[in-house]
Write a protein that binds this ligand. Structure first.
Ligand code: IMP
Ligand code: MG
Length: 178
Protein backbone atom coordinates (compact mmCIF):
# COMPACT_ATOMS: atom_id res chain seq x y z
CA UNK A 1 0.00 0.00 0.00
CA UNK A 2 1.29 3.39 -1.00
CA UNK A 3 0.16 5.84 1.68
CA UNK A 4 1.03 8.92 3.66
CA UNK A 5 0.18 9.95 7.21
CA UNK A 6 -0.21 13.49 8.39
CA UNK A 7 -0.63 14.35 12.06
CA UNK A 8 -3.96 16.03 12.68
CA UNK A 9 -4.00 15.99 16.49
CA UNK A 10 -0.74 15.37 18.29
CA UNK A 11 -0.21 13.49 21.54
CA UNK A 12 -0.02 16.59 23.73
CA UNK A 13 -3.32 17.93 22.42
CA UNK A 14 -5.00 14.57 22.91
CA UNK A 15 -3.67 14.39 26.46
CA UNK A 16 -4.95 17.86 27.32
CA UNK A 17 -8.37 17.16 25.90
CA UNK A 18 -8.69 13.80 27.64
CA UNK A 19 -7.98 15.49 30.98
CA UNK A 20 -10.77 18.00 30.25
CA UNK A 21 -13.17 15.26 29.20
CA UNK A 22 -12.40 13.31 32.36
CA UNK A 23 -13.38 16.37 34.37
CA UNK A 24 -16.55 16.94 32.31
CA UNK A 25 -17.69 13.35 32.69
CA UNK A 26 -16.88 13.33 36.40
CA UNK A 27 -18.83 16.52 36.97
CA UNK A 28 -21.86 15.30 35.06
CA UNK A 29 -22.06 12.03 37.01
CA UNK A 30 -20.80 13.25 40.37
CA UNK A 31 -24.11 12.95 42.16
CA UNK A 32 -25.59 9.72 40.82
CA UNK A 33 -26.35 7.02 43.37
CA UNK A 34 -24.81 4.00 41.75
CA UNK A 35 -21.58 3.77 39.82
CA UNK A 36 -21.56 4.95 36.20
CA UNK A 37 -21.20 2.07 33.74
CA UNK A 38 -18.71 3.04 31.05
CA UNK A 39 -18.82 0.95 27.92
CA UNK A 40 -15.78 0.83 25.65
CA UNK A 41 -16.60 0.05 22.04
CA UNK A 42 -13.80 -2.23 20.86
CA UNK A 43 -11.42 -2.11 19.25
CA UNK A 44 -11.21 1.53 18.20
CA UNK A 45 -11.87 3.14 21.57
CA UNK A 46 -9.41 1.08 23.61
CA UNK A 47 -6.67 3.68 23.92
CA UNK A 48 -9.00 6.62 24.47
CA UNK A 49 -10.96 4.62 27.07
CA UNK A 50 -7.90 3.61 29.01
CA UNK A 51 -6.66 7.21 29.13
CA UNK A 52 -10.06 8.68 29.91
CA UNK A 53 -10.79 6.44 32.90
CA UNK A 54 -7.50 7.50 34.48
CA UNK A 55 -8.69 11.11 34.56
CA UNK A 56 -11.97 10.61 36.39
CA UNK A 57 -12.72 11.71 39.91
CA UNK A 58 -15.67 9.30 40.09
CA UNK A 59 -15.48 5.51 40.45
CA UNK A 60 -17.03 3.92 37.38
CA UNK A 61 -17.61 0.32 36.44
CA UNK A 62 -16.04 -0.64 33.12
CA UNK A 63 -17.41 -2.92 30.46
CA UNK A 64 -16.68 -3.67 26.83
CA UNK A 65 -18.62 -4.41 23.67
CA UNK A 66 -17.58 -5.24 20.18
CA UNK A 67 -19.84 -4.78 17.22
CA UNK A 68 -19.59 -7.34 14.48
CA UNK A 69 -19.09 -5.92 11.07
CA UNK A 70 -20.68 -7.33 8.00
CA UNK A 71 -18.69 -5.66 5.30
CA UNK A 72 -18.95 -2.01 6.14
CA UNK A 73 -22.14 -2.30 8.12
CA UNK A 74 -22.43 -2.92 11.86
CA UNK A 75 -26.14 -3.64 11.76
CA UNK A 76 -28.54 -6.03 10.10
CA UNK A 77 -32.22 -5.31 9.73
CA UNK A 78 -31.86 -2.54 12.27
CA UNK A 79 -30.21 -4.72 14.89
CA UNK A 80 -26.75 -4.38 16.29
CA UNK A 81 -24.87 -7.60 16.05
CA UNK A 82 -22.44 -7.93 18.91
CA UNK A 83 -19.39 -10.07 18.55
CA UNK A 84 -19.01 -9.35 22.25
CA UNK A 85 -21.89 -8.09 24.36
CA UNK A 86 -21.74 -6.38 27.75
CA UNK A 87 -21.39 -8.45 30.88
CA UNK A 88 -22.95 -6.00 33.36
CA UNK A 89 -26.65 -5.69 34.00
CA UNK A 90 -27.44 -2.05 33.23
CA UNK A 91 -31.02 -1.93 34.53
CA UNK A 92 -31.51 1.45 36.28
CA UNK A 93 -27.84 2.31 35.79
CA UNK A 94 -26.40 5.37 34.09
CA UNK A 95 -24.44 4.25 31.03
CA UNK A 96 -21.80 6.08 29.02
CA UNK A 97 -20.86 4.66 25.63
CA UNK A 98 -17.25 5.47 24.77
CA UNK A 99 -16.58 5.41 21.02
CA UNK A 100 -13.60 6.23 18.88
CA UNK A 101 -15.42 8.14 16.17
CA UNK A 102 -18.97 8.97 15.17
CA UNK A 103 -19.22 9.25 11.41
CA UNK A 104 -22.63 8.57 9.79
CA UNK A 105 -23.92 7.90 13.31
CA UNK A 106 -25.50 4.54 12.47
CA UNK A 107 -23.45 2.38 14.79
CA UNK A 108 -23.85 4.62 17.82
CA UNK A 109 -27.57 5.08 17.13
CA UNK A 110 -28.06 1.32 16.99
CA UNK A 111 -25.98 0.66 20.07
CA UNK A 112 -27.86 3.33 21.98
CA UNK A 113 -31.17 1.79 20.96
CA UNK A 114 -30.16 -1.69 22.03
CA UNK A 115 -28.89 -0.47 25.40
CA UNK A 116 -31.97 1.70 26.00
CA UNK A 117 -34.14 -1.42 25.60
CA UNK A 118 -32.42 -2.82 28.72
CA UNK A 119 -34.02 -0.12 30.91
CA UNK A 120 -30.98 1.83 32.05
CA UNK A 121 -31.37 5.13 33.91
CA UNK A 122 -29.71 6.91 30.96
CA UNK A 123 -27.45 6.31 27.99
CA UNK A 124 -25.02 9.01 26.87
CA UNK A 125 -22.27 9.06 24.27
CA UNK A 126 -18.66 10.10 24.57
CA UNK A 127 -16.65 10.07 21.33
CA UNK A 128 -13.03 10.91 20.79
CA UNK A 129 -13.88 12.36 17.39
CA UNK A 130 -17.18 13.73 16.14
CA UNK A 131 -16.79 13.63 12.36
CA UNK A 132 -19.89 15.42 11.20
CA UNK A 133 -19.88 15.89 7.42
CA UNK A 134 -21.35 12.47 6.59
CA UNK A 135 -23.78 12.32 9.53
CA UNK A 136 -27.03 10.56 8.58
CA UNK A 137 -28.48 9.88 12.00
CA UNK A 138 -29.29 12.63 14.43
CA UNK A 139 -27.05 11.68 17.26
CA UNK A 140 -26.27 13.74 20.29
CA UNK A 141 -22.63 13.31 21.16
CA UNK A 142 -22.78 14.33 24.81
CA UNK A 143 -19.01 14.47 25.28
CA UNK A 144 -16.88 15.02 22.22
CA UNK A 145 -13.11 15.14 22.17
CA UNK A 146 -12.59 16.76 18.82
CA UNK A 147 -14.90 17.85 16.03
CA UNK A 148 -13.68 17.15 12.55
CA UNK A 149 -15.46 17.90 9.31
CA UNK A 150 -14.11 15.06 7.20
CA UNK A 151 -11.12 12.93 6.32
CA UNK A 152 -10.08 9.39 7.18
CA UNK A 153 -8.10 9.28 10.38
CA UNK A 154 -6.06 6.58 12.05
CA UNK A 155 -3.97 6.20 15.18
CA UNK A 156 -4.71 6.43 18.91
CA UNK A 157 -6.84 3.30 18.51
CA UNK A 158 -8.32 4.01 15.11
CA UNK A 159 -7.44 1.73 12.24
CA UNK A 160 -7.43 1.20 8.56
CA UNK A 161 -7.75 -2.56 7.93
CA UNK A 162 -6.37 -3.16 11.45
CA UNK A 163 -3.29 -1.07 10.83
CA UNK A 164 -2.13 2.07 12.66
CA UNK A 165 -4.02 1.58 15.94
CA UNK A 166 -0.82 1.86 17.96
CA UNK A 167 0.13 5.37 16.81
CA UNK A 168 0.19 7.96 19.61
CA UNK A 169 -1.25 10.76 17.46
CA UNK A 170 -4.41 11.04 15.38
CA UNK A 171 -3.29 11.17 11.75
CA UNK A 172 -4.99 11.61 8.43
CA UNK A 173 -4.38 8.65 6.14
CA UNK A 174 -4.05 9.24 2.45
CA UNK A 175 -3.83 6.30 0.13
CA UNK A 176 -2.13 6.94 -3.17
CA UNK A 177 -2.97 4.61 -6.00
CA UNK A 178 -0.01 3.50 -7.95
P1 IMP B 1 -20.67 5.24 11.69
O1 IMP B 1 -21.66 4.16 11.96
O2 IMP B 1 -20.67 5.69 10.27
O3 IMP B 1 -20.79 6.42 12.64
O4 IMP B 1 -19.28 4.58 11.81
C1 IMP B 1 -18.54 4.57 12.88
C2 IMP B 1 -17.42 3.57 12.75
O5 IMP B 1 -16.77 3.61 11.46
C3 IMP B 1 -16.38 3.96 13.75
O6 IMP B 1 -16.64 3.37 15.01
C4 IMP B 1 -15.12 3.50 13.08
O7 IMP B 1 -14.90 2.14 13.39
C5 IMP B 1 -15.39 3.62 11.59
N1 IMP B 1 -14.83 4.90 11.08
C6 IMP B 1 -15.51 5.96 10.61
N2 IMP B 1 -14.69 6.95 10.22
C7 IMP B 1 -13.44 6.52 10.47
C8 IMP B 1 -12.13 7.09 10.32
O8 IMP B 1 -11.94 8.24 9.87
N3 IMP B 1 -11.09 6.31 10.70
C9 IMP B 1 -11.23 5.06 11.21
N4 IMP B 1 -12.43 4.49 11.39
C10 IMP B 1 -13.53 5.21 11.02
MG1 MG C 1 -15.68 1.80 15.87
Amino acid sequence: MNYSLQTVIDRERIERRVVELGAEVSKRYASIDEALVMVCVLKGAFMFFSDLVRHLSIDPILDFVRLASYGKSTSRRGQVVFSKDMEMDITDRHVLIVEDIVDTGHSVAMLQKVLLARDPASVAVCALVDKYERREKEIEVDFSGFRLEKGFIVGYGLDYAEQFRHLEAICELKIHDA
